[in-house]
Design a protein around this ligand. Structure first.
Ligand SMILES: [Zn+2]
Ligand SMILES: [Zn+2]
Length: 258
């Protein structure tokens, strides 16, 4: 089973960088060298000013053997979230794909950043999980996303809910199914303290049983990270009986058998 797509990538990495052919072409070359042929660029909405649809068109013209989706990762940033939502609304028809993410709890800093484990220390972890999944459901209900990224990101620093999360997960997955959204299978958790893909096998199995489709993704912040740990992800997918992935074009979902 060979994965051919990566639906969560950050050409701008962690700062505003205008899309140019020169910025994007290394992503094409790296994708090709790894056997990937369908890539979604999903920079953070706070860097939406860097997104240039004409540069993506130029990249497509120069790399006709590959597909590139114009996308964005919309999150719940308390400062920039409103502007991001308005940008997604204004550019909806030019975008192929929108990821929805929750990176913020009650603090002003992204909880998933390095050095932010203190947002969890001394707190009731069950409450943080409940708050996180409530925010995920808000994002799922926003009408502005096609797919939820790293669905159980709340585990990133290794803090686990003490009570079973099955109820929270079931309620969240039911809404995702109702809204006809996909969720992402992400290798990014393997390079974080938690050391586990997103989401957990338990969540993947529940999502599959609910009939929710999956994208696959690395959350690459450099072109060399595209497709990272895909062999390992294939093992998890086989363990869960998943033999297809979905890709997008102008928000239309296409399921591809592997
Ligand atoms: Zn994210
Ligand atoms: Zn991301």
């Amino acid at each position: 089973m060979q994965l051919f797509s990566d639906y969560h990538t950050h050409p701008q990495a962690h700062r505003l960088q205008r899309y140019t052919f020169e910025l994007l072409q290394p992503w094409a070359e790296s994708a090709r060298s790894k056997g990937l042929r369908d890539i979604a660029f999903t920079d953070h909405d706070r860097y939406h000013e860097g997104i240039d649809f004409a540069a993506i068109e130029a990249l497509r013209a120069r790399n006709p053997d590959l597909r590139f989706c114009a996308g964005i990762e919309l999150d719940n940033d308390p400062v920039t979230g409103g502007t991001g939502r308005r940008w997604v609304e204004a550019n909806w028809s030019r975008l192929d794909f929108v990821l929805g993410s929750v990176h913020y709890l009650s603090a002003a800093e992204m909880f998933d950043s390095t050095g932010q484990a203190h947002q969890f220390e001394g707190r009731r972890i069950d409450d943080l999980y409940a708050d996180y999944f409530r925010r995920i459901r808000e994002m799922a209900a926003s009408g502005l996303v096609d797919c939820l990224s790293h669905l159980d990101l709340i585990k990133i620093h290794g803090f686990r809910s003490e009570s079973p999360v099955a109820g929270l997960i079931a309620e969240t997955l039911a809404l995702i199914k109702e809204k006809d959204l996909a969720i992402e299978l992400s290798t990014a958790g393997w390079r974080k303290p938690v050391g586990e893909q997103y989401p957990s096998v338990e969540v993947i199995r529940l999502a599959k049983a609910a009939g929710i489709p999956f994208t696959v993704a690395s959350d690459a912040h450099s072109h060399v990270q595209q497709g990272e740990n895909y062999a390992r992800l294939v093992q998890v997918m086989q363990e869960c009986g998943i033999h297809e992935v979905c890709v997008f074009e102008n928000h239309r979902r296409l399921v591809v058998a592997l």
